[in-house]
Design a binder for this molecule. Structure first.
Ligand code: SF4
Ligand code: ZN
Length: 298
């Protein structure tokens, strides 16, 4: 991985270089095979829509592969509706099959309702993003499986990955860094393998690509984003990277080197099926079911 050198490229060459970087990432981590059934999580934001455009291009070179998209409608009033339309528009433009799955249909409650319930719980320490992240991961996996996909591509970029690594340290759970990977291993037949083709592309590079390619995306921030610790970590890393160019790459590479040692330290957890929903889990009841039970949603 080469840090952005600041070399001057014309718009067309810059876009080509990003596409090349994504191809190189896919091949370096052996993310995709020529006949994969890939489903992309498309929120409508710049990262996921950009990934959709780049993967559509790449997929054309592999006639036996297929590509579809899924958008999760968490139920965030005044935010998700517009993003959904944009995701839909991009999929139509690229002729990619698109499914929308909502928290309401999956869990019987929208995120707004869940957040309301958490506010009535005095001892609740979790942010809306904690609920959203856990429920969305389950939704994406179930939908990917039901769609018959064997790869679930998500648009985590280099910034997201380094933020998650730092967050794991802040949360006092450094062994979890071993799970922040460009390709997640297949650990249960019900879990669809997740791949992150943008994991070596900086957020600002994605934004520039989307701008140059005139890709339509939803640029409005989620109303719940401000409450997340991730926001502070993002600001800190951006400040560091401005003052010390390449900081994000260095963190990413350091964690790559540390991962084998962390993996050896962590114990392998046996997965079983959740007593409530039958999805894979390490405990008797999976995290999403636990969360919803505590809020009396289940
Ligand atoms: Fe969900 Fe948080 Fe992202 Fe909003 S910012 S969509 S609540 S994870
Ligand atoms: Zn469950």
């Amino acid at each position: 991985m080469r840090p952005y050198s600041g070399e001057k490229l014309c718009g067309r060459c810059f876009c080509k270089s990003i596409e090349e970087k994504v191809r190189a990432t896919i091949s370096k981590y052996e993310m995709l095979k020529h006949d994969d059934k890939i489903i992309i999580g498309v929120s409508g934001g710049k990262d996921s829509v950009t990934l959709l455009h780049i993967l559509t291009k790449i997929e054309r070179d592999f006639p036996k592969a297929s590509l579809s998209a899924v958008t999760v409608d968490e139920g965030i009033r005044g935010y998700r509706d517009e993003a959904l339309k944009i995701a839909e528009k991009n999929c139509q433009k690229l002729d990619v099959e698109h499914v929308v799955v909502s928290f309401k249909e999956m869990y019987g409650a929208e995120l707004d309702e869940i957040v309301n319930k958490t506010q009535q719980k005095e001892d609740n320490q979790l942010t809306p993003c904690s609920y959203c992240g856990v429920l969305r991961r389950k939704t994406l996996n179930t939908t990917a499986r039901e769609a018959g996909a064997n790869k679930l591509a998500t648009a985590h970029n280099l910034d997201d990955e380094t933020q998650t690594m730092i967050l794991n340290i802040i949360h006092g759970d450094p062994l979890r860094i071993a799970r922040v990977k460009p390709v997640l291993p297949i650990i249960h037949p019900k879990l669809i393998q997740r791949v992150k083709p943008l994991c070596e592309v900086l957020e600002r590079e994605v934004a520039f690509y989307a701008h140059l390619r005139k890709i339509e995306f939803h640029g409005v921030p989620c109303p719940y984003a401000g409450a997340a610790l991730r926001n502070d970590v993002r600001n800190m890393l951006n400040r560091m990277d401005r003052r010390h160019a390449g900081t994000k790459y260095t963190i990413f590479r350091s964690m790559e080197r540390l991962r084998p040692a962390l993996e050896a330290l962590g114990k392998k957890e046996e997965l079983r099926e959740c007593k409530i929903c039958s999805e894979p889990t390490v405990a008797e009841i999976c995290k999403p079911c636990q969360m919803l039970k505590e809020l009396h949603v289940l």
